[in-house]
Design a protein around this ligand. Structure first.
Ligand SMILES: C[S@@+](CC[C@H](N)C(=O)[O-])C[C@H]1O[C@@H](n2cnc3c(N)ncnc32)[C@H](O)[C@@H]1O
Length: 246
């Protein structure tokens, strides 16, 4: 068993990147050296005797355990983008901006035989994302630090999918159209109604087809002795606009 691994107890989980030192939990300390003698599925105890299960670090942990810079996209929205753009595992994808790298990482993971080019204008954010990609052992992500409006002029290849989660999204759509293959998709994520409308109208004006804008709502439930009720108080995250170049 090699790091990274995850230690899980009920709903709380810890990412362990090295089998050395001490991990402080709410239920006591764990000597991480002990992990060297363990395997996946084993338990490890804190000094207070509380048990944690040892599990591999897998893609469902990207969102929970990646380091954060800019606000990341939510997993429910990543899922919608993947399904609605019909992502195939040999795609060439452009992702702008990288932010914490959550969207880029999931796209790279499900695009096993393809490549993701991700562009971020802030060096410090790009560094955080680079560490996240390393943690996830994703080798098919190419990071570019710069403003996508300028960087994109250097792209020769045609992309299967372009995803935008950045300011100035609507303004980039005409350029995105030039960079997309025929039949390629664009997906734009934006938290605001007004900006989403602008994105939608720009896609229609640019003659994208199958244009749709929507929001995915996820309401978490809490199951208590007295009954079950929604736990999510703020359900809005962002709107997605998708279009296809034909
Ligand atoms: C909301 S975050 C993206 C989060 C990302 N999708 C994730 O899942 O972690 C938006 C990012 O776009 C970057 N950005 C904004 N305008 C940009 C541009 N013109 N070129 C490149 N990056 C840009 C910002 O610096 C910020 O990091």
């Amino acid at each position: 068993m090699e790091p990274p691994i995850v230690l899980l107890r009920k709903n709380s989980s810890f990412l362990v990147e090295k089998f050395e030192g001490v991990l402080h939990t709410h239920h006591g300390k764990i000597n991480l050296e002990e992990l060297k003698q363990k395997k996946f599925g084993d338990e490890i105890k804190t000094h207070l005797g509380v048990k944690y299960r040892i599990l591999p670090f897998n893609p469902s942990d990207f969102f929970r355990h990646f380091r954060r810079s800019a606000t990341p996209i939510m997993p429910k929205d990543v899922g919608a983008i993947i399904v609605h753009t019909g992502l195939t595992p040999d795609s060439l994808i452009l992702d702008a901006g990288t932010g914490s790298g959550i969207l880029a990482a999931y796209l790279a993971y499900f695009n096993k035989y393809g490549e993701v080019v991700t562009v971020e204008k802030r060096k410090d954010f790009a560094k955080v994302a680079r560490e996240n990609f390393k943690l996830a052992r994703l080798k098919n992500i190419h990071q570019i630090v710069g403003d996508v409006n300028f960087v994109a002029d250097g792209f020769k290849k045609e992309f299967d999918l372009i995803v935008l989660d950045m300011k100035g999204d609507a303004e980039f759509i005409p350029k995105a159209k030039e960079l997309l293959k025929t039949s390629g998709y664009i997906a734009v994520y934006n938290p605001y109604f007004e900006a989403t409308r602008k994105v939608y109208e720009t896609m229609v004006k640019e003659d994208f087809k199958e244009v749709e804008s929507f929001e995915i709502i996820k309401i978490d439930l809490e199951h208590r002795r007295v009954g079950t009720r929604p736990r999510t108080k703020i359900w809005h995250t962002g709107f997605i606009v998708i279009g296809r170049k034909v």
